[in-house]
Design a binder for this molecule. Structure first.
Ligand SMILES: Cc1cc2nc3c(=O)[nH]c(=O)nc-3n(C[C@H](O)[C@H](O)[C@H](O)COP(=O)(O)O)c2cc1C
Length: 183
């Protein structure tokens, strides 16, 4: 894979808010991208996560409802699969690291995992949207997620509708977000 290939992947991965409700990602592909995302790095290689993945229509319908608090995320009614990112216990050395540095390594780990997930999905043509807005209790109830796990992020998955075009990226000026100190 070249830098150009990666650039194209980054440009075409976009938060999908218009899914084709008739196309469901197949189970094998979902398994493969999920396994790929497990290669994501984490502090002390702690991997403080468990990812729940479903394309079962009844579960998908339940999750779609659970990610629409205050009428948000209505587009989720048409996605056809979900990945739910839960936080599990960090390993002892990550916990020590968090305590002494007072840095939130675990949120970093989970964010990086999500980035790996959505890019792996896009490489298989599966569109996605990371959601921070959801009803945790409802998500847990749909998937029987144990009490002690915290749902940190939810990812809608599916295939974009035919007329959902690739948008230009809206990003701050590079001068505001990057500082190059290069020779
Ligand atoms: C942690 C996080 C939470 C997000 N929550 C939502 C959400 O609840 N609903 C939504 O429509 N988009 C959500 N997004 C998507 C962002 O709005 C989106 O990534 C951003 O606008 C950039 O657009 P792009 O992903 O299409 O490049 C979230 C993204 C992240 C990383």
């Amino acid at each position: 894979m070249t830098l150009e290939d990666m650039k194209k992947l980054f440009e075409t991965r976009q938060s999908c808010r218009k899914y084709n409700p008739d196309r469901i990602p197949d189970s094998q592909t979902l398994k493969e991208i999920t396994e790929m995302s497990m290669m994501s790095p984490s502090a002390c290689n702690s991997q403080p996560w468990k990812v729940y993945v479903t394309n079962v229509p009844e579960k998908v319908r339940g999750l779609s409802k659970s990610v629409q608090p205050f009428g948000a995320n209505k587009f989720a009614d048409k996605c056809t699969a979900f990945a739910v990112i839960t936080e599990t216990a960090a390993c002892a050395s990550e916990k020590i690291g968090v305590k002494y540095t007072k840095r939130d390594f675990i949120s970093n780990d989970l964010g990086i995992l999500c980035a790996h997930y959505v890019l792996a999905a896009k490489s298989a043509d599966i569109d996605s949207c990371i959601l921070g807005l959801f009803e945790e209790k409802a998500v847990k109830a749909v998937l029987d997620i144990p009490e002690d796990l915290k749902v940190r992020l939810v990812i809608t998955l599916g295939y974009a509708a035919e007329d959902d075009k690739i948008r230009d990226k809206v990003r701050k000026d590079l001068g505001d977000t990057c500082e190059f100190i290069l020779q």
